[in-house]
Design a binder for this molecule. Structure first.
Ligand SMILES: C[S@@+](CC[C@H](N)C(=O)[O-])C[C@H]1O[C@@H](n2cnc3c(N)ncnc32)[C@H](O)[C@@H]1O
Length: 717
C-alpha cells in the first residue's frame, strides 16, 4: 500500500531522496553474497506483460540528450533522452542483470538490464565497463527511496567501447592504453577460459586499435588474424551473421583463404542458407581440395539441398536419431516448394498450394526457425521467448522473416524500425517478440508418433516457431495435418488439394460446439472462424436447434460419463448393462435428430463422435460385433468421412475414404483408431476383405497423423 502511494505521488517527478552510492553498494553486496551461495539456481526469464507495453527506442545515441542520473523522473520513459554511465559493481543475476552504475557527476543508481542472451556481455555486465541507455525508464522499486533504471528492450542499452568519445572524460579516469596486441591476448585469454562474449568484446577492441595504429603489413596481418579468431568465436556463440562477416573480412587473397570460406560456409549453414553455404564451401575446396573437414561439410550441405529440392527424407532414421537430452534438433533442410505465401481473401496472408496434391502427400516439411530443447510445459514459453530475443539480437538477418509474422494487436504500436540496425545493433522490441510468439508458436511433443502411444505422457510439450508454417490460417476441417519429429514440422494433405487452393491447419483440437470453439479463437487469436463447418453451422442451423442440441449433448455426455472412455486408450467402458446402452443409444438418436439433414449432409457431426465411440466400446465389450461395426461406421461418418461403404460389393480403395469425402472431413488419430476397431469387428464377423481394407485405410491415416509410415501396433504400446 505504502509503495503504491509513493508510486502514485511521485510519478513524473525527481525523487526527493534516493539511496547514496555507499548504501546502494552495501545492499548490492548482500544480494551478490546470496547469489554466490546458490550459484546454480536456474535463471528465470522476465517475460513482458503486454499491458505495460512500450516501443523500443529507434534513436541513435548521438541524437538523444544525455542527462545526469539526478534528472531521472519516477515512472517515466525519458523520450529523447539518454544516460551514459560506468558500471561500478559486479552484476547480480536474477531475471535480469542488476548492477550499480555511476555518472560523471558521481551520482549512483541501480540499473536492471533484462532480455540479454548469454551470448551478450550485457547478460552479466562486467564491472568497469561503460554503457549508454537510450530513452530509459525509471521505476520505483518498492522500498523506500529505492529506484531503478529498467531496460526491457535489449537494443535500448549499448555497451560502449572504452574509447568512445561519448564517455565524459571525468567518468573515464584517464585514457586506456591497450594496444591491438594487448587486446588480442586479452581476447585469447577469455577464449581459453570459454568466456566467449568477453573474447568477442576484446577482439573488437583489438580491431579498433588496429585502425588507430600505423597501417603497415604487420597491422593488416594482425587485423586479419583477429577477424579469423572473432569469426570462430562468433560461430561458437551461434552468432552466424557476425561469424560470416568476420570470415569474409579475414580473407587475404592467398590460398590460405580456404579457412575463411570454410567458416563463412559453416556460418551460412547455421543460418540454414544452404545455397550460400555450398558456394562458400566450394570456394574453400577450390583453394584446398584435400581439406577433409570442408569436404564433409560440403556433403552435408548437398544433402540439405537435396531435401529442400525433393522433399525426400529418411524419416525412420530421423526418428531413430532423436534423443530428448542431446538431439532434438535434426540436421535436415526444409522442403517448402509445394506451397507459397500470399494474401488470402479473408485472413491476411495465408499459405497456398503451388501444385495439385493428393491426400497423404507431403505438403511441406520445415525445420524450426527457433525451438529450445525445453519440454517442461511450465518453462517452454519463457524458453522460446528468450531464444527469440537472443537470436534476433545475435542474427539480425532473422529479423527479415521473424519480425514479419503477425504480432497480434501490438501491431498498432510498432514504429516500423524494428529489426533495423541502430547504433550497431538490431532494434528488438520485446513486446513485439512476445506478440509474435504468442500468436505463432506451436506446442509439440518430441515425436508425434511416440505421442500416439497410450503409454506416453501427454504433458511433455515444447514450444517452437516455424516461420513458413506460421502463415497457415486456421480451419476447423482443415486440408492438412501437422506432425513433429524433433524440430521438424511435417505437414501432410488430409484430402486432395488443387494448385492455388489455400492450405489450412487446425490451430488447436476443436470443440464440438461452434459457439464454444469460436469463443476460444476470438480470445486466442482475435478471429471468428468462417470455415465451411462454422459458417454452415452458424447460419443454417436455427438458434433454437443449436440450443436444443447443446442440452441433448449435455444429457448424452452425462449418461456416457457414468462409464467414461479414455479417448487415448479406448479403455474404461467395460461390460455395460443393457439398460445403460439403451439409454445412451436413445439419447444419441435424439441428438442425431437435432442435426438438420439439409445442413449436415456433407458436414461432420462433432457432438455425436463421443457417444458413438462410447457405443462402439460398449458393444465391443459385449462382443456384439455387428453393433460395434454399425457404430464404428457412424463414428467415421461423424468425423465427416462420408464415403466408407459397408459392403464388399462396392468398389472402393482404402484411400478413397480420404479422397472422396468432400471438403469437410476432420482427420485425427481417433479416425485411425476407429478404422482399426471397424476392422476388428469385420474380422470377427468373418468379413475378411472389409477388415483388410479398413486396416489399410487406418495405416494410410496413421501415416498422415504421424508424418511418415509407421506400424499401427504402436497405438497399442
Ligand atoms: C499465425 S497467424 C496466420 C497468418 C496470418 N493470416 C498473417 O497474415 O500473417 C494467425 C492470425 O491469422 C488470422 N487467422 C487465422 N485463421 C483465421 C481464420 N480462420 N479466420 C480469420 N482470421 C484468421 C488471425 O488474425 C490470427 O490471429
Amino acid at each position: 500500500m505504502a509503495a503504491a502511494t509513493i508510486k502514485d505521488d511521485l510519478a513524473g517527478q525527481v525523487p526527493p531522496r534516493r539511496l547514496t552510492k555507499t548504501e546502494l553498494l552495501k545492499t548490492h553486496k548482500t544480494h551478490i553474497k546470496k547469489q554466490d551461495l546458490a550459484p546454480d539456481a536456474p535463471r528465470p526469464v522476465k517475460q513482458p506483460i503486454m499491458s505495460d507495453a512500450y516501443p523500443a527506442s529507434t534513436k541513435l545515441i548521438r541524437d538523444v540528450e544525455i542527462i545526469p542520473l539526478s534528472e531521472l523522473r519516477v515512472e517515466t520513459h525519458h523520450r529523447g533522452k539518454g544516460i551514459v554511465v560506468k558500471v561500478i559493481s559486479p552484476p547480480y543475476i536474477g531475471a535480469g542483470s542488476v548492477s550499480i552504475v555511476e555518472d560523471e557527476f558521481g551520482n549512483a543508481d541501480k540499473l536492471a538490464i533484462y532480455n540479454q542472451g548469454d551470448s551478450s556481455i550485457l547478460s552479466g555486465v562486467p564491472e568497469g565497463c561503460f554503457v549508454a541507455v537510450k530513452e530509459p525508464y525509471y521505476m520505483h522499486n518498492g522500498g523506500e527511496n529505492d529506484y531503478m533504471i529498467c531496460v526491457d528492450h535489449p537494443s535500448d542499452v549499448i555497451l560502449l567501447r572504452f574509447t568512445d568519445p561519448i564517455i565524459p572524460e571525468a567518468l573515464r579516469l584517464g585514457p586506456l592504453l591497450k594496444s591491438a596486441e594487448e587486446w588480442r591476448s586479452a581476447g585469447d585469454k577469455a577464449f581459453l577460459e570459454r568466456d566467449y562474449p568477453t573474447a568477442v568484446f576484446c577482439y573488437t577492441e583489438a580491431l579498433e586499435a588496429c585502425n588507430d595504429e600505423a597501417q603497415n603489413e604487420t597491422t593488416i596481418k594482425l587485423q586479419r588474424a583477429i577477424y579469423t579468431k572473432r569469426s570462430g568465436t562468433n560461430l561458437l556463440l551461434g552468432r552466424y551473421d557476425a561469424a560470416k562477416a568476420d570470415a569474409l573480412a579475414s580473407r587475404t587473397g592467398a590460398s590460405s583463404d580456404w579457412k575463411a570460406y570454410y567458416n563463412a560456409g559453416r556460418a551460412s549453414y547455421g543460418l540454414c542458407e544452404y545455397t550460400t553455404s555450398r558456394e562458400y564451401l566450394e570456394m574453400a575446396l577450390k583453394l584446398n581440395p584435400a581439406a577433409a573437414a570442408v569436404r564433409k561439410e560440403h556433403e552435408r550441405c548437398l544433402a540439405r539441398l537435396r531435401e529442400e529440392e525433393t522433399g525426400e527424407y529418411d524419416f525412420p532414421a530421423m526418428h531413430a536419431a532423436l534423443n530428448p537430452q542431446t538431439a532434438v534438433h535434426l540436421d535436415n533442410g526444409s522442403f517448402l516448394r509445394n506451397t507459397t505465401i500470399r494474401e488470402s481473401k479473408h485472413h491476411g496472408r495465408g499459405l497456398f498450394a503451388t501444385r495439385n496434391l493428393q491426400a497423404g502427400d507431403l505438403v511441406f516439411c520445415e525445420k524450426a526457425t527457433l525451438m529450445p530443447n525445453q519440454y517442461e510445459p511450465s518453462r517452454a514459453s519463457a524458453a522460446l521467448y528468450a531464444m527469440m530475443v537472443r537470436q534476433l539480437c545475435d542474427n539480425p538477418s532473422l529479423a527479415g522473416s521473424v519480425l514479419k509474422l503477425y504480432p497480434g494487436p501490438y501491431e498498432e504500436q510498432l514504429t516500423g524500425a524494428e529489426g533495423t540496425i541502430v547504433d550497431g545493433v538490431p532494434v528488438v522490441d520485446v513486446f513485439m517478440v512476445e506478440g509474435i510468439r504468442n500468436k505463432n508458436c506451436f506446442s509439440l511433443p518430441l515425436a508425434t508418433v511416440d505421442n500416439t502411444k497410450p503409454s506416453s505422457p501427454d504433458d511433455r510439450m515444447a514450444k517452437g516457431l516455424w516461420v513458413h508454417a506460421s502463415h497457415m490460417n486456421h480451419c476447423c476441417v482443415p486440408n492438412t495435418m501437422r506432425a513433429f519429429l524433433g524440430d521438424m514440422l511435417i505437414s501432410r494433405a488430409t484430402r486432395d488439394i488443387k494448385a492455388g487452393e489455400e492450405i489450412f491447419q487446425q490451430y488447436v483440437p476443436i470443440k464440438a460446439l461452434a459457439d464454444l470453439r469460436n469463443t476460444g479463437f476470438k480470445q486466442g487469436w482475435g478471429f471468428e472462424c468462417n470455415c465451411f463447418l462454422c459458417a454452415r453451422e452458424r447460419t443454417l442451423s436455427s438458434t433454437g436447434m443449436l440450443e436444443r442440441r447443446k442440452e441433448a449433448l449435455a444429457a448424452v455426455e452425462k449418461a456416457c460419463n457414468k462409464r467414461p472412455i479414455n479417448m487415448k486408450t479406448g479403455d474404461g467402458v467395460g461390460i455395460v448393462p443393457d439398460a445403460a446402452i439403451r439409454t445412451v443409444d436413445r439419447l444419441a438418436k435424439q441428438l442425431e435428430d437435432l442435426h438438420e439433414s439439409e445442413v449436415y449432409d456433407v458436414l461432420p457431426r462433432l457432438t455425436l463422435i463421443y457417444p458413438c465411440n462410447w457405443l462402439v466400446e460398449a458393444h465391443r465389450g459385449r462382443k456384439n460385433h455387428a453393433k460395434a461395426v454399425k457404430y464404428g461406421l457412424k463414428v467415421l461418418r461423424n468425423f465427416g468421412f462420408l464415403s466408407v461403404p459397408d459392403s464388399e460389393s462396392v468398389e472402393w480403395e482404402p484411400r478413397d475414404i480420404y479422397t472422396k469425402s468432400g471438403e469437410a472431413s476432420l482427420m485425427t488419430v481417433h479416425v485411425v483408431a476407429g478404422l482399426r476397431k471397424l476392422a476388428e469387428g469385420y474380422a470377427a464377423l468373418g468379413r475378411k476383405e472389409m477388415a483388410e481394407r479398413c486396416v489399410e485405410a487406418a495405416r494410410f491415416g496413421y501415416m498422415i497423423v504421424t508424418g511418415f509410415e509407421n506400424d499401427l501396433e504402436i497405438l497399442d504400446q
